[in-house]
Design a protein around this ligand. Structure first.
Ligand code: GLN
Length: 472
């Protein structure tokens, strides 16, 4: 095994016992990137032959999505409108990583522009390819982070999840992805998409790495008024515990038409596996599930339209040439935003406009509360909820680009979690007949990430799906 193929915890052990030096880890990463990046395209702004020049001191390099601010290092959300933007400060998650002895990898991971998408096709740098089948998407919007981890072009990575953007690409690429409880991880320095939904989280090769990375980036931050001052447990304490008697709810609304039969079968097998380890499962109901997609696309676009108002050519990135100020604003936004960003700005502005606010935005907020109440009711009697992460394995590049509604439906199993603010993890649990990974989603009560790690780790240790690697 090459060093770049190892997990972060394996490498940390080797670094501590001085079996390897961090320079050797970097060399093996760069060699891998030079070899496979032309096919995978997991990184934004990558140029072949350019990697060795990037010096890097520190222990383990973490790959970071292009919407998380890194001081002095381009952070463009893979959008033309932010081209050349170098933040003068680090996001809180980045300063926490640096403080704990980790290094920030100088290449940033590709993503859908401003995290709008489920396939990493909406990037100004072009699409990322799925390492398991280069004709398929890696999922999105953190597709670059997930593909980099799956192809061993990264040791571990950060993504962001507004409606599934960590879990769905983790599922498509056969890696682990955690969306923490809303408020658990500071959003300071995360370029905002939808502020009431966004969370940063880890994308890793196994559950132990996810527990370690989640712990490093979590915690109260006075710079983010929505971050919560709660006890922060050591998540590695949850690993290796048995799962006897853990109560799992299986929501019937997630096993309906549109769920690929192969995915269904693999998920049912996974539930049986958990039962054989001592967990007990029962069918439950989340009756407002059918409203999650429409509610999400009103709330998320409304917040996005407001957050994106700051990109006007004056303060950041791209500025179109023009004689008058108003024309400069208009041209900058017309030329700088991609098609999906424009679609969302228009949708969101409409939902917030006078005369429609009550009918769309306010109503969506009320249904959002009903969706959250559904989860609260189930969590009175159950420790966690299990579903597929995505209704299908990875789809082909180009397959859904012409039909935004089809694309939006690929998030059907992940977005309720963001609307309710609860934590959820996706872990590899098998493959389709054509060899594409399938992900199992586990959800838990707010601030009970420990339960996710406990269950996910027990499953992982008894199955080993995470050990299978794509051939590139
Ligand atoms: N795919 C969803 C969207 O397009 C979720 C994106 C995300 O979580 N950032 O909005």
């Amino acid at each position: 095994m090459e060093l770049n193929q190892l997990t972060a915890h394996e490498l940390l052990d080797k670094l501590r016992s001085k079996q390897v030096a961090s320079g050797q880890i970097l060399d093996s990463l760069y060699a891998r990137i030079e070899a496979v990046e032309p096919k995978v395209k997991a990184y934004a702004r990558f140029k072949p032959g350019n990697t060795q020049a990037n010096g890097l001191a520190g222990l383990l390099p973490v790959t970071v999505k292009d919407n998380i601010c890194t001081e002095g290092l381009n952070t463009e959300c893979c959008s033309k409108i932010l081209c050349g933007f170098r933040p003068p400060y680090d996001a809180t998650v980045i300063s926490k990583l640096k403080k704990s002895g980790n290094a920030i990898f100088p290449l940033k991971a590709n993503m859908d522009e401003f995290a709008f998408g489920s396939s990493t096709e909406n990037s100004s740098f072009g699409p990322t390819h799925n390492p398991w089948n280069l004709e398929c998407v890696p999922g999105g919007s953190s597709g670059g982070s997930a593909a980099a981890v799956a192809s061993d072009e990264a040791i571990w990575a950060l993504g962001s999840d507004t409606g599934g953007s960590i879990r769905q690409p983790a599922s498509f690429c056969g890696v682990v992805g955690l969306k923490p409880t809303y408020g658990r991880v500071s959003r300071f320095g995360l370029i905002a998409f939808a502020s009431s939904l966004d969370q940063i989280g880890p994308i890793t090769k196994d559950v132990e790495d996810a527990a370690i990375l989640a712990r490093i980036i979590s915690g109260y931050d006075p710079n983010d008024s929505t971050s919560v001052n709660q006890d922060l447990p050591d998540y590695t304490d949850s690993l290796g515990k048995d799962i006897k008697g853990v109560k799992i709810g299986i929501p019937k609304e997630y096993f309906i038409e549109g769920l690929d039969p192969e995915v269904k079968l693999v998920i049912e097998e996974a539930i049986k596996k958990l039962e054989s380890l001592g967990a007990v499962s029962k069918q439950v109901s989340l009756p407002h599930t059918q409203y999650a997609v429409p509610v999400y696309y009103i709330v998320a676009t409304a917040e996005a339209s407001s957050n994106l108002a700051r990109f006007d050519g004056v303060q950041y990135g791209y500025r179109a040439k023009s004689d008058s100020l108003i024309q400069m604003y208009k041209k900058t936004r017309a030329e700088g935003f991609g098609e999906e960003a424009k679609r969302r700005i228009i949708l969101g502005t409409f939902a917030l406009s006078h005369g429609y606010y009550d009918a769309y935005y306010l109503r969506a907020l009320k249904v959002r509360t009903l969706i959250k109440n559904d989860f609260d009711a189930v969590f009175k009697d159950f420790d966690c909820i299990i579903t597929p992460t995505s209704p299908t394995p990875a789809f082909k590049i180009g397959e859904k680009t012409a039909d935004p509604l089809q694309m939006y439906l690929s998030d059907i199993y992940t977005i309720s979690v963001n609307l309710a603010g609860i934590p959820a993890i996706s872990i590899p649990c098998g493959f389709s007949k054509s060899g594409l990974p399938i992900g199992l989603q586990i959800m838990a009560k707010p601030f009970n990430e420990g339960m996710l790690f406990r269950l996910a780790h027990a499953f992982e240790q008894s199955t080993q799906w995470h050990k299978v690697k794509p051939r590139l």
